[in-house]
Design a protein around this ligand. Structure first.
Ligand code: GLU
Length: 457
């Protein structure tokens, strides 16, 4: 079967760089195998899921360079989940429970005090029809648990039941089904938790590899059992480490700070995000990859570390700089044009400034300096003003080329006796309004002689 993966966000907010890691692990994995990538929206929770977020997530993924082969919404697939649930109920593998959260908590404490594992003791399995009818008559509604296959004949005597899998990221993994509670698949109000719809869809969509964050490792044990209960062979699994913020906090869709939308707004290039999201927390050195093919070449899931990877915004900015600095004009042209940077000077302008900016949009300020002059005139000492007047008097006639700056400053040096910083600093300030920036030899040919002279201090 050809490789088929899925990225399964719940559309409850904009996705962040940590979600991008999961999406890209799947995308690169399928790409390297010539497989398929499905975007699955886990939107069974209608109170928290929103269409706008789903659309925004698709847009964020497209920006990042991910084009799904198929998009599915779980909210359109309830009939399948109901059908699977009915089948499990019929076989006694999905059973009704009536405990309140307080009752469960009390039992948990009792078990702990008796040195028993704090898992659900399956008390609801002991209820007979009359007792269930009575509880329902009292107004209690059941939630439904999946009976884990961790016992021989007696569900009240669970025994160690190891589930093994060869994780494509972490290598051999083992989970003991006796160490966990029967998972709740359906809530009291009849809504599905994530587990059953996820497994039903993984089967229906022919998912061959489930690649996701390592916060799902324990779920995987129960899910493998559920695949088998539904008559399917479980797919392969891969669990990558999570990204955490510099302060050690986990990333959340709700905070929005490191959302792809926010990073994009801040002018961060998609390949800077993708390179960091994929290479951070692996044995690979983190550096900017030019495109997805280059990143795919460096992607090696098995080299992922097992501890959380600390994400640092400064590292992202550095990658961004290196991408912008190396960006050829052809790649930047359309975006520059959209910012008003176009015409015969645009290419040499880009080549002059790209090495001195943090984000592509920073080019706008330099474009303004080049086309209109510095936004405000710098103040100069009496001495510098005299120097600048002498220098401007020597400004060669246009047309200018790369040599002009050298010729001009040589002449200025000979005439005024100034050299080094004392010569360059006031000239730079007078021409650009800034005391640092692109090479003046590159900038000068983009400027207009008349405008420069008109601004003579
Ligand atoms: N919606 C789940 C999540 O975001 C998907 C987990 C999975 O990939 O199975 O955690």
């Amino acid at each position: 079967m050809s490789v088929t993966v899925r990225f399964a966000p719940s559309p409850t907010g904009r996705i962040h760089i940590g979600n991008a890691r999961t999406a890209l692990y799947n995308w690169l994995f399928s790409r390297k195998a010539g497989g398929r990538f499905i975007l699955r929206f886990d939107d069974t929770d209608s109170a928290r899921s929103r269409r706008e977020f789903a659309e925004a997530i698709e847009e964020d993924l497209r920006w990042l360079g991910i084009e799904p082969d198929l998009v599915v919404h779980q909210s359109e697939r309830f009939a399948r989940y109901e059908e699977a649930a009915a089948g499990l109920r019929e076989r006694g593998l999905l059973y009704p429970c009536y405990e309140t959260a307080q009752e469960l908590e009390r039992r948990r404490k009792v078990r702990l005090s008796r040195r028993l594992p704090p898992v659900y003791g399956r008390e609801a399995l002991k209820l007979d029809d009359r007792e269930r009818a009575q509880l329902e008559a009292e107004g209690r509604k059941p939630h439904w648990r999946f009976l884990l296959p961790n016992f021989d004949d007696d569900p009240f005597s669970p025994r160690r039941t190891e589930i093994h899998w060869e994780d494509v990221v972490r290598g051999p993994q083992t989970v003991d089904l006796a160490s966990m509670s029967d998972p709740v698949l359906i809530r009291e109000d009849g809504t599905f938790l994530y587990t059953l719809p996820s497994v039903v869809d993984d089967i229906a969509l022919g998912i061959t590899h489930v690649i996701r964050g390592d916060d799902h490792i324990t779920n995987t044990g129960a899910q493998i059992a559920l695949f088998e209960a539904l008559g399917a062979q479980a797919p392969a699994f891969g669990h990558h480490n999570l990204l955490i913020a510099a302060d050690g906090e986990g990333l959340s869709k709700r905070t929005g700070a490191l959302s792809l939308a926010g990073l994009r707004e801040a002018g961060i290039e998609p390949m800077a995000v993708a390179s960091l999201a994929v290479l951070l927390g692996t044995a690979q050195a983190v550096s900017a990859c030019e495109d997805m093919d280059a990143l795919a070449g460096r992607f090696d899931p098995a080299s992922t570390s097992r501890s959380p990877a600390r994400f640092d915004v400064d590292e992202l900015k550095a990658l961004n700089r290196s991408i912008v600095h190396a960006m050829p004009f052809e790649k930047a042209a359309a975006r520059l044009a959209a910012l008003g940077i176009a015409g015969p000077r645009a290419e040499s302008f880009w080549n002059a400034v790209r090495g001195n900016i943090e984000t592509l949009a920073d080019a706008v300020e330099w474009w303004r300096i080049v086309t209109e002059g510095p936004p405000e005139t710098a103040t100069f000492s009496q001495e510098d003003r005299a120097f600048l007047r002498a220098a401007f008097a020597l400004l060669p006639e246009q047309p200018w080329n790369h040599q002009t700056w050298h010729e001009w400053t040589r002449a200025v040096k000979a005439q005024t006796g100034r050299g080094g910083r004392a010569l360059f600093k006031p000239l730079r300030l007078a021409l650009t309004g800034r005391d640092s920036g692109p090479e003046l030899a590159d900038l000068l040919p983009l400027l207009d002689r008349e405008k420069i002279l008109a601004r003579q201090p």
